[in-house]
Design a protein around this ligand. Structure first.
Ligand SMILES: Nc1ncnc2c1ncn2[C@@H]1O[C@H](COP(=O)(O)OP(=O)(O)OP(=O)(O)O)[C@@H](O)[C@H]1O
Ligand SMILES: [Mg+2]
Length: 637
C-alpha cells in the first residue's frame, strides 16, 4: 500500500519500499549500466590477477625446464599484460561503483526530504529535529559507504575467493579439497559474525541519532540553558550520550577482533601447501603447479581479511537504510487529495459536532509500525521512530462536540482560557490536523473533500509561535506569494506597520534574519508575519494571538490594517485584546474544548459567566448585570 502524503511530485521515480533489501536494490537497479560495468570490470580484474598467479607458476616451470629459447620472456610479457589489464579493469570498475554510490546517497537523501515534506504535522510533532538531521546526513552517507567501499569489497571478497578456487580447480582438481573446506567454514563463521554485529551496529546508529537530537535541542535552547546556568548539566548529558556511542564502537571492535576466518585462513595455507607437496612427491603435479597453488591460496588472504571491514560497512549501511525507510514508510493521517475540490473559496465555515484530540494518529502510526516490523525480516526491533520521545502530551479530548456557523466575510473572535482549544480549533480549518468526530465544512464542502493545496493556499494563517526563515525580510514576507513584486511586498509591509522598522535595518528588505527570526523582536516578527498574511491575500485569514507582542500605539495602526484586510474575507481571530474583540461580528467562547457561549460582545457580557471570567481583569470595564440567556442557542432560560 502506498504511504499517504500531503505532498508529491508528478512523475517522480518510484522506489520499492516494501523491505530494506528491496529498497536498496531498487535504488541500485535505477542505474543498471553502472552496476553492470562494476561487476564486469571487477570480474575481469580478478581473472587477470588470479591468472597472473597461474602464469607465475608457468614461469617457474619454464626456469626449471625451458620449453623454447625465449619461453620465459613470453611468460614475463604475458604477466605484464594481465597485470596492466587488472589495473585498468579495477579503475573502470571503481569509477562505476563510486558513481553508483554517490547517486544512491543523493537520491535517498532527496527521497527522504520529499517524504518529510509530505508528512503530517502530527508526525512532525513527535520527531526530534536532531534525529531527523542525523538520518538525512549521516545515515544517507552510510548508504554511499555501503556501496563503496562496502559493496566493492564484498564483491572483491566473493570474486577473490571464487576466481582463485576456479584456477586451483583447473590446475589440479584434488587441490580444491582444503580451500573448499575453508570456504564452507568461512560462510558459517561469517554468518555468525554478522548476526552478532547487527544489533551492535543498529544500536550505534540509533545512539548517533539520540546524540544529535540532544545536541540540536541544547543549541536551539541555548538561551534557556544559559539563563538557567545549566551548562554543567548539559555537558554531562552530552558526555553520557557520547560515551555510550563510543562504547558501541568498542563493542564492535571486540566482535571484529574475534573474527574466526583469519585463523581458518592460516590453517588453510599450511594444509594446502602440505597437500600440494604430497601430490608433488607422488609425481602427480609439477613444481610450477605447487608454486601456482601456493600463490592462489595466498590470494585468498586479502578477501578474507578485508571482509571484516566490508561486512561492518554493509551492516552499518543496512541499519541506516532501515532508519531512513522507517521515516519514509511512516503512514500519516492525510494525503494531498489532488483530485479533490479545487474552486475559489467564498469563506463560509461550519463546524458540525466536531471532536478532536491530538493523540489519534499516534495509534494509527503505531499500528502501521507494528505491521511493518512483523511483515519484514529486514526490519529492526519494534521501537518507535524517535525512541524516548513523549508520544503525546495529552491523550484526552481537546475539542468536544463543537458546532457553529460563520457566514462568509464575517470576523469572528475566539476567546477562552489558556489551553481551552482555541489554536486547535483553527488548526482544523486548514487541515493541519483532521477531526476525530463530526465535520468541518468550508463553503458547505467537508475540508477532507477539498484538494489540500487549494484549501491551504486560500487560507492565510499567522501562528501563535511565529516562524521566520533565515532568509531576507523581503523573502520572508513573500513566502506565500513568491511572484510578488517589491512594490507589493512593501505595500503589505506598510499595511502591517512593518515598513518603517524594516527600513531602519542596514540593508532594508534585503536584511537576512537569524534562524527562526532570532534577530528580531517578538513584535517585529508579528508584523512581518502580518505582512506575509496580507500579501498572500487569502479568503480566510486566521490570526492566532498575532498582536500580543505589539504595543498599544502600533496595535491601533495594525488594527486599522486588519480591518482593511478583513474586507471581503472571513477572519478568525484569537485574541485577548478587548479592543479587537469588541468589533467582531461574532465571538465564540471556548471552555475546556466546548463551546461555552457564542454571540456579540454586549450579548455575552450580559449572559455568559465564562466570557465575563475571561475579562475579569479588565477593571475599567463596567459589567452589566448577568442575564439568563443561552448564548449558544440564543434562547432565554
Ligand atoms: N501538539 C500537541 N500535541 C498534544 N497536545 C497538544 C498539542 N498542542 C496542544 N496540545 C494540548 O491541547 C490543548 C489545547 O491546546 P491549544 O493550543 O488549542 O490551547 P489554546 O486555547 O490555544 O491556549 P493558549 O491560549 O495558551 O494558546 C492543551 O491542553 C494542550 O496541552
Ligand atoms: Mg493557542
Amino acid at each position: 500500500m502506498a504511504v499517504r502524503s500531503e505532498f508529491s511530485i508528478e512523475g517522480a521515480y518510484k522506489y520499492d519500499s516494501r523491505s530494506v533489501g528491496s529498497w536498496i536494490s531498487s535504488h541500485v537497479r535505477r542505474y543498471p549500466r553502472f552496476l553492470l560495468s562494476f561487476y564486469v570490470f571487477f570480474l575481469g580484474a580478478w581473472v587477470c590477477y588470479a591468472g597472473s598467479q597461474v602464469l607465475i607458476g608457468r614461469a617457474a616451470d619454464e626456469i626449471l625446464d625451458p620449453s623454447r629459447p625465449n619461453g620465459l620472456l613470453i611468460v614475463a610479457a604475458a604477466i605484464l599484460a594481465v597485470m596492466v589489464g587488472d589495473a585498468m579493469f579495477s579503475l573502470i570498475g571503481l569509477l562505476s561503483a563510486e558513481t553508483l554510490a554517490a547517486r544512491f546517497e543523493a537520491d535517498a537523501r532527496q527521497e527522504l526530504y520529499e517524504s518529510l515534506l509530505g508528512k503530517s504535522k502530527q508526525f512532525h510533532d513527535r520527531q526530534r529535529a536532531g534525529d531527523i538531521m542525523a538520518r538525512a546526513t549521516d545515515d544517507t552517507s552510510a548508504l554511499a559507504s555501503m556501496i563503496v567501499p562496502g559493496g566493492l569489497l564484498a564483491t572483491e571478497t566473493v570474486l577473490g575467493i571464487v576466481v582463485p578456487l576456479f584456477f586451483i580447480g583447473i590446475t589440479r582438481v584434488e587441490l580444491l579439497l582444503v580451500p573448499s573446506c575453508f570456504v564452507v567454514l568461512y560462510i558459517i563463521t561469517a554468518r555468525r559474525y554478522l548476526r552478532r554485529l547487527d544489533p551492535v551496529i543498529t544500536a550505534q546508529r540509533e545512539q548517533y541519532g539520540k546524540l544529535n537530537a540532544g545536541l540540536e535541542e541544547t543549541i536551539s535552547g541555548i538561551e534557556v540553558v544559559k539563563a538557567s546556568a545549566r551548562e554543567p548539566f548539559e555537558r554531562e548529558k552530552y558526555r553520557r550520550n557520547a560515551r555510550l556511542f563510543r562504547d558501541f564502537f568498542v563493542q564492535q571492535g571486540y566482535i571484529e577482533a574475534r573474527y574466526l576466518p583469519l585463523l581458518l585462513y592460516g590453517v588453510t595455507v599450511g594444509l594446502s601447501f602440505m597437500h600440494a607437496m604430497w601430490l608433488y612427491t607422488q609425481g602427480a603435479i609439477t613444481l610450477g603447479q605447487v608454486v601456482t597453488v601456493v600463490g592462489l591460496v595466498n590470494v585468498l588472504r586479502f578477501p578474507t581479511f578485508i571482509s571484516i571491514f566490508a561486512f561492518s560497512v554493509i551492516q552499518a549501511g543496512t541499519a541506516s537504510a532501515r532508519r531512513i525507510l522507517r521515516i519514509i514508510n511512516a503512514d500519516t493521517s492525510m494525503d494531498e487529495n489532488s483530485v479533490g475540490l479545487s474552486a475559489p473559496m467564498r469563506g463560509e465555515i461550519t463546524f458540525e459536532s466536531v471532536g478532536f484530540s491530538y493523540s489519534q494518529e499516534d495509534k494509527e502510526t503505531r499500528r502501521q509500525g507494528d505491521k511493518e516490523i512483523a511483515g519484514s525480516a529486514d526490519t529492526a526491533r519494534p521501537d518507535s521512530l524517535s525512541p524516548g520521545l513523549p508520544v503525546s502530551l495529552s491523550a484526552s479530548t481537546v475539542l468536544n462536540n463543537l458546532s457553529f456557523h460563520i457566514p462568509a466575510g464575517k470576523t469572528v473572535a475566539i476567546v477562552g482560557q489558556t489551553g481551552s482549544g482555541k489554536s486547535a480549533l483553527t488548526q482544523l480549518v486548514n487541515r493541519t490536523y483532521d477531526v476525530e468526530a463530526g465535520r468541518v465544512l468550508i463553503d458547505g464542502v467537508d475540508v477532507r473533500e477539498w484538494s489540500l493545496d487549494a484549501l491551504r493556499s486560500q487560507i492565510g494563517k499567522i501562528e501563535q509561535d511565529i516562524f521566520l526563515f533565515s532568509r531576507s525580510v523581503g523573502e520572508n514576507i513573500a513566502f506565500g506569494a513568491p511572484s510578488a513584486t517589491q512594490a507589493e511586498i512593501e505595500s503589505a509591509a506598510q499595511a502591517a506597520q512593518a515598513h518603517d522598522f524594516i527600513m531602519g535595518f542596514p540593508e532594508g528588505y534585503a536584511t537576512v534574519v537569524g534562524e527562526r527570526g532570532t534577530t528580531l523582536s517578538g513584535g517585529q516578527r508579528q508584523r512581518i508575519a502580518l505582512a506575509r498574511a496580507f500579501l498572500s491575500n487569502p479568503r480566510i485569514l486566521i490570526l492566532d494571538d498575532s498582536t500580543s507582542a505589539i504595543d498599544s500605539a502600533t496595535e491601533d495602526q495594525i488594527q486599522q490594517a486588519i480591518r482593511k484586510a478583513q474586507e471581503g474575507r472571513t477572519v478568525l481571530m484569537i485574541t485577548h485584546r478587548l479592543s479587537q474583540i469588541r468589533w467582531a461580528d461574532l465571538i465564540l467562547v471556548l471552555d475546556a474544548g466546548r463551546l461555552a457561549a457564542a454571540g456579540t460582545h454586549e450579548e455575552l457580557l450580559r449572559s455568559s459567566p465564562h466570557y465575563r471570567c475571561v475579562f475579569a481583569r479588565y477593571d475599567e470595564l463596567e459589567l452589566p448585570p448577568l442575564e439568563e440567556i443561552d448564548t449558544v442557542t440564543g434562547a432565554s432560560r
